[in-house]
Design a protein around this ligand. Structure first.
Ligand SMILES: Cc1ncc(COP(=O)(O)O)c(C=O)c1O
Length: 280
C-alpha cells in the first residue's frame, strides 16, 4: 500500500517517523477518517472543515487544503475497492522532546495519509444489532477536537470486548455522551434523540448527515441530553460513524433494547445514508 508522508509517496514499509515526533511522544496531533464509496469521498468538505477546527483547537497551522486534496486524489487513484477509508493524521512535527510546543510555524507538521479498502460492517451485525456496555466517560473536556490521544477510547473499547460486547457507551454525570468511535442515538415513541453538540462529544459528520436525512424524511429529531437509564427504556438505539454508518444496538449492559431486534428507524436511516453515499 502507498502512503503519503510529508510531501512524498512511498510504500508503507518505507514510511517512518522520528522517535522525536510529537505525535509519538505526546499524542500532539489530530486526525480524520473519510469513507470512500465507489471512488467518491463522502462528505469531504465537512471532514476538511472539521480537520481545520481540530487543527485550530490545538494551535497547529501549516496544512493546506491543496496538499490534502492532491494527496487524497493520488492515493485514491490506486484503489479499486468498492469501499475504502482515507486516513489523515497531522502531528505538530518533530522536535527534541520538550513539553513546550514550538512557536506556530517554526517546525513543519508531520502529515500522514493513506487509503485502505474497508471491510464493510459484517452484514450479520447489521441484521442482528450489536451489544454495548456503559462505562464512565473519563476523557478530557475537549472531546470535540479529533485528537489522536485516544487512550480512554481504546481502554473502553477493550472493556467492551472483554464483556463480549461490540462497543462501550460513555456516560458523564449520568448522561450519555457517545461511544468510543461513534455517536449514539435513541428512539422513543417515534422521536429520535441524540446528545447535543457540546465540548463533551465529537460532532460526528455521520451524526449530522443522519439528522438531516431523518428530518428530510419527516422524522422528528431532538438534540437533547438523555440519561443512561433512558438507554434501557428506548424502543431503538443505534450508533453512527464514518465506517460504522448506522449500526443498530440491540443489547445494553446485557438487557435487550425494545423488542430485542433491529428496529425500523435504524434500518431506514441506514438505507437513506447508503443511498446518499450512492451505494444503495
Ligand atoms: C469519539 C467519536 N465519536 C463520534 C465519531 C463519529 O464521527 P464521524 O461520524 O464523523 O465518523 C467518531 C469517529 O471516529 C469518534 O471517534
Amino acid at each position: 500500500m502507498q502512503v503519503y508522508l510529508n510531501g512524498q509517496y512511498m510504500e508503507e514499509t518505507q514510511a517512518t517517523v522520528s522517535i522525536d515526533d510529537r505525535g509519538f511522544l505526546f499524542a500532539d496531533g489530530v486526525y480524520e477518517v473519510v469513507h470512500i464509496y465507489r471512488g467518491r469521498p463522502f462528505e469531504w468538505e465537512r471532514h476538511l472543515a472539521r480537520l481545520h477546527r481540530s487543527l485550530a483547537g490545538i494551535n497547529l497551522t501549516g496544512v493546506s487544503d491543496q496538499e490534502l486534496t492532491e494527496a487524497r486524489d493520488h492515493l485514491m487513484s490506486g484503489v479499486t475497492a468498492e469501499e475504502a477509508a482515507l486516513y489523515i493524521q497531522v502531528t505538530r512535527g518533530t522536535q527534541r522532546r520538550s513539553h513546550a510546543p514550538p512557536p506556530a510555524g517554526t517546525i513543519a507538521p508531520t502529515v500522514l495519509m493513506w487509503v485502505r479498502p474497508v471491510d464493510p460492517i459484517r452484514p450479520e451485525l447489521v441484521q442482528s444489532g450489536v451489544a454495548v456496555i456503559t462505562t464512565a466517560d473519563d476523557r478530557w473536556a475537549k472531546v470535540w477536537i479529533k485528537t489522536i490521544g485516544l487512550l480512554p477510547n481504546v481502554l473502553a473499547k477493550g472493556k467492551a470486548m472483554e464483556a463480549g460486547a461490540f462497543d462501550a457507551v460513555f456516560v458523564r454525570d449520568g448522561m450519555v455522551t457517545e461511544a468510543t468511535s461513534a455517536n449514539v442515538f435513541r428512539v422513543s415513541d417515534g422521536v429520535i434523540q441524540t446528545a447535543p453538540v457540546t465540548n463533551y462529544i465529537l460532532p460526528g459528520i455521520t451524526r449530522e448527515v443522519v439528522i438531516e436525512l431523518a428530518r428530510g424524511a419527516g422524522m422528528t429529531v431532538i438534540e437533547q441530553p438523555f440519561s443512561a437509564d433512558a438507554l434501557y427504556g428506548a424502543d431503538e438505539l443505534f450508533l453512527t460513524g464514518t465506517l460504522t454508518e448506522v449500526l443498530p444496538i440491540t443489547r445494553v449492559d446485557g438487557r435487550p433494547v425494545g423488542s430485542g431486534s433491529v428496529g425500523p428507524v435504524a434500518r431506514e436511516l441506514l438505507h437513506l445514508l447508503r443511498r446518499q453515499a450512492g451505494i444503495a
